[in-house]
Design a protein. Structure first.
Length: 447
């Protein structure tokens, strides 16, 4: 298995000498094997390794698993960052399942830490996970993209175990004496993925003992085809787009498969992807005039040879803006927050013990006037911590696939001029992060 991991890292250029790799460490066999491998080979790879663990607070075993992970990291000589999500003490956002909400909180934490440490995120997804995902997607009627399963690399996320089966990983743990915890929910026959893992995969292995490898090869080929198809559809988009939308004459001159992929990518960004919508638009672009409601807030219109997507003006009940008061609990939207001030010297002492101070502290000297809590407004922009990338909140939420129903509930901290200082789920806007010239520091705590 070790050779497979090295070959995967090399094939996808996952790691370079000098990198910091943050392992998303749950304590299960997969993540423990990945963590052990990277720690054992960190000198050979020329990397620094740290661990990220999330205690969701949803199971009785959560606290014991947190202690287990921290102890093992100590034995391996690696720093471990823990986020206590306390989900059982919070109100679940409307429109999100508990599983989706947990994943969102988990990856928000992972990406924040990756920004702070300039690290690549290593998750322990395996070939078995990829096969289950492919079968799950196909069963739900997925397109070519869904048949690719889990990619080996996506943005900052790397998956060194993507060519290894779960059986190989458990064998690696036994051979190397690696302890791990077992999540009992993995064996509950109530979730769709569990049914595939517990029943479908074993039956396929009865037909072909190398079924997982075969499905993995199938996914690899689909990924190559999808990558090429997306290049073609992206080129078509650039050729057809203009100030008034997409030129339907140009679209109709290309193969329907390319046009459908273009539409699929556009509708996915607009959160209204469905096969019915795609087929309706394919038929509608041939007509002189066409209009279709794709979702509650998105329409597609074809007029004068141009196709464009738009949203009608809508009235929504906004959460009223409130002033920030220091040294008291403030409930706003779905969060309980606590704001306090301290000197820069006090801040420097505190951050040695709590890395979250790096994410939830503001250079108060740069604040203009009073502070307010509100939700997003037109024109709001946010500079992501750790890099010089400024985006509108609208674009940021769309790219991160924040559900439309949740976007107007995310708390925004702004100053008297309306500038975004801090954004829930993301952290402090880069211009407001503390520096050596800071005198007063604003501390934001999520209670």
């Amino acid at each position: 298995m070790t050779d497979k991991i090295f070959k995967t890292i090399e094939k996808y250029d996952m790691i370079k000498k000098g990198d910091t790799v943050a392992v998303c460490l749950s304590g299960g066999a997969d993540s423990m094997a990945l963590f052990h491998f990277l720690c054992h080979n960190r000198e050979n790879l020329g990397i620094q390794v740290l661990a990220l663990h999330v205690n969701h607070g949803l199971r009785e075993e959560s606290r014991q698993e947190e202690i287990f992970v921290k102890d093992y990291c100590g034995k391996m000589g690696a720093q471990c960052m823990v986020y206590n999500a306390c989900m059982n003490e919070k109100e679940k956002p409307q429109g999100l399942s508990t599983e989706t909400w947990a994943r969102q909180l988990r990856y928000d934490f992972f990406f924040r830490q990756a920004e702070i440490y300039g690290a690549r995120l290593a998750t322990a997804h395996t070939l078995s996970d990829r096969c289950e995902t492919v079968l799950f997607n196909i069963t739900r009627g997925a397109s070519l993209k869904g048949a690719c399963g889990i990619p080996a690399v996506r943005d900052k996320i790397i998956r060194p175990l993507i060519a290894c089966t779960r059986e190989e990983i458990e064998q690696y743990c036994r051979e190397n004496g690696i302890p791990f915890v077992t999540d009992r929910t993995n064996f509950e026959d109530v979730y769709s993925r569990n049914k595939i893992r517990l029943h479908v995969i074993p039956q396929l292995k009865n037909i072909n003992s190398a079924a997982e490898t075969a499905i993995g090869n199938f996914a690899d080929e689909n990924e190559e085809i999808y990558t090429f198809l997306t290049q073609l559809s992206d080129n078509l988009y650039r050729k057809s787009v203009g100030e008034n939308g997409l030129d339907t004459t140009v679209l109709q001159s290309r193969h329907p498969v390319i046009v459908k992929n273009l539409l699929r990518n556009q509708l996915e960004k607009l959160d209204c992807l469905s096969k019915d919508n795609i087929q309706a638009i394919m038929d509608g672009m041939k007509q002189p005039y066409f209009k279709r409601q794709l979702s509650a807030g998105v329409f597609c219109t074809v007029e004068n040879g141009r196709m464009f997507f738009h949203s009608p003006p809508r009235q929504s009940q906004k959460i009223p803006k409130i002033p920030v008061e220091f040294d008291k609990n403030i409930h706003f939207s779905y969060l309980d927050l606590y704001f306090s001030l301290c000197s820069y010297e006090e801040y420097k002492k505190s951050k040695r013990n709590d890395k979250n101070y790096l994410t939830y502290c503001v250079n108060y000297d740069k604040i203009r006037g009073n502070l307010y809590l509100r939700t997003r407004e037109s024109g709001d922009r946010f500079t992501l911590p750790g890099r010089n990338v400024t985006k509108s909140l609208k674009k940021l939420f769309i790219e991160d696939k924040i559900p439309a129903s949740f976007r107007d509930k995310i708390p925004v901290l702004c100053d008297e001029d309306g500038r975004v200082v801090w954004l829930a789920e993301y952290g402090v806007s880069k211009p407001y992060m503390p520096g050596e010239d800071s005198e007063k520091i604003l501390i934001i705590k999520q209670m």
